[in-house]
Design a protein around this ligand. Structure first.
Ligand code: SF4
Length: 241
């Protein structure tokens, strides 16, 4: 699979492909990866709008494609209900959750560590447990300041391809796809949220930045939980918590 695209080329494609071309490109990326990796291709489903698009695209490539959901003790009840609804429809979606004891309000004192324990660790577990060689995410480069330096196909961890098939999509195109295909979405969006996360770390925000409502008041504001930036396979001992 092709791994390298210059950032300028990516930006050109973001701005110049139309909606239908982007959908076709995303489908091709998943189709080609599925041909190469078969059952070892697995979709990460965060229950957000972008994951809902990717899950729907993957299912139209092959209905037997599997997925995993990483949830935490701090997810809003609407997200938890939506998760159970999705798993009932798609039993091939497996849930991973870290229930180990952590310090109270760790999300305030050390949100990076909290995300690492509650999100990155179970993601690693899912990848190992489901024997994943290619994981598919809903990451988009137009989503915010921390998401501009990604590619559609990456190999950040040796032996683990990361496919970002809707990397080039605008937020509008995500909603366009969901509406045109009647895809069910997390009810949190109806309340006004634009980017979904854990309850203590997510507020309803307005304005340009799609992820502005995440980790408000911390250095992580608008940033990342770590699943897109930490190694997920072949983990060097020194960075294990
Ligand atoms: S989003 Fe907040 S509560 Fe959730 S894992 Fe990260 S720091 Fe913890």
């Amino acid at each position: 699979m092709e791994l390298n695209f210059e950032l300028e080329e990516i930006q050109y494609l973001v701005e110049n492909l139309n909606f239908a071309q982007k959908v076709e490109r995303s489908l091709n990326l998943i189709r080609n990866a599925y041909q190469e990796y078969g059952d070892k291709l697995v979709v990460a489903n965060s229950l957000g709008k972008d994951s809902s698009v990717v899950w729907h695209l993957a299912k139209s490539v092959n209905p037997s494609i599997r997925g995993f959901i990483v949830t935490t003790r701090f997810k809003p009840k609407q997200t938890v209900e939506f998760m159970h609804r999705m798993v009932k429809i798609y039993p091939e979606l497996k849930i991973y959750k870290n229930d180990e004891a952590i310090p109270e309000k760790l999300y305030q004192s050390d949100p990076d560590k909290c995300c690492f324990l509650l999100k990155v660790k179970p993601t690693r577990e899912a990848i190992e447990d489901m024997h994943v060689n290619c994981w598919v995410t809903g990451l988009r480069c137009t989503e915010g300041r921390t998401r501009t330096n990604f590619r559609e196909i990456e190999e950040r961890d040796k032996g683990l391809i990361k496919l970002n098939p809707i990397l080039l999509w605008y937020e509008r195109e995500v909603w366009q796809y969901l509406a045109l295909n009647n895809v069910p979405v997390n009810p949190m969006y109806a309340l006004g949220y634009r980017s979904l996360g854990c309850e203590p770390c997510t507020i309803i925000s307005a304005g340009e930045d799609e992820r502005a409502g995440r980790w408000v008041g911390t250095s992580k504001n608008g940033g990342e939980c770590g699943i897109h930036t930490n190694p997920l396979k072949s983990i060097p001992a020194k960075i294990r918590y």
